[in-house]
Write a protein that binds this ligand. Structure first.
Ligand code: 13P
Length: 252
């Protein structure tokens, strides 16, 4: 059985004070939830303080990105070891906004993935097609390239620990969620790809999250799909009530 994961990607939102306020409220509203993994990914500036607030709670800490080197002259960047140092257990890699605005490639994502795994961070690797690619009937082709380029070449033990997030770019921040059937179709395809690369046992244990306008009112139907193992939530993770409801999705 795959344990569900609900991860909040705060993106470039929340001051330190706002971050502390939100995680204090979430710690209270999500106290005692243990049958699903809960992750918050605040901006870098809030990681250290949020880590302190989350001690002893059921919520884990993640970062939104990391550099592909361990240290050195990379002005403005943050190393994976710095993330574990402040208590991060997870890191989001290859988010479509990183790919679109900062030119991240599958090769770079793969390099970051290897390094994250070496540093014992649990990677959440994002894949997803643009609207144009979907309209041209190229969704599976795009996903296959991203998975093969980004997620292949790992040891079996490493591959089992990877979390994949399917985030169709046209559904991010648009309020236009993929239908449960559209999402399930791609999740099933990704699991099949992982089976071809790593075998059935690993493919069946890898968790695949859906992201793109996940809200309190659509999470239950998404989670009813057999290959959807959780959510990577943007806007709706910034509000205590909506993220709480998402984490507490009701099993169909
Ligand atoms: P929204 O939930 O705001 O659409 O963002 C999704 C996302 O990009 C999460 O990483």
């Amino acid at each position: 059985m795959r344990k569900p994961v609900m991860a909040g990607n705060w993106k470039m939102n929340k001051t330190v004070a706002e971050s502390v306020d939100l995680v204090k409220k979430l710690s209270a509203s999500l106290a005692g939830v243990s049958d699903r993994d809960i992750v918050v990914c605040p901006p870098f500036t809030s990681l250290a303080i949020v880590s302190e607030v989350l001690k002893g709670t059921s919520i884990s800490l993640g970062a939104q990105n990391m550099n592909d080197h361990t240290d050195g002259a990379y002005t403005g960047e943050v190393a994976p070891g710095m993330l574990t140092d402040v208590g991060c257990q997870y890191v989001i890699l290859g988010h479509s906004e990183r790919r679109q605005y900062y030119g991240e490639t599958d090769e770079l994502v793969h390099k970051k993935l290897q390094l994250a795994l070496d540093k014992k961070l649990i990677p959440i690797v994002c894949v997803g097609e643009l609207l144009k690619e979907r309209e041209e009937g190229r969704t599976f082709q795009v996903i296959e390239k991203q998975i093969k380029g980004g997620v292949s070449g790992l040891s079996p033990a490493q591959a089992t620990g990877v979390i994949i997030a399917y985030e169709p770019v046209w559904a991010i921040g648009t309020g236009k969620t993929a239908t449960p059937a559209q999402a399930q179709e791609v999740h099933f395809f990704i699991r099949g790809l992982m089976a071809r690369i790593y075998g059935d046992a690993i493919a069946n244990s890898v968790r695949i999250l859906y992201g793109g306008s996940v809200k309190a009112d659509n999470i239950d139907t998404l989670m009813a799909q057999p290959d959807i193992d959780g959510g990577l939530v943007g806007g709706a993770s910034l509000d205590v009530n909506s993220f709480t409801r998402i984490v507490k999705f009701v099993k169909a």
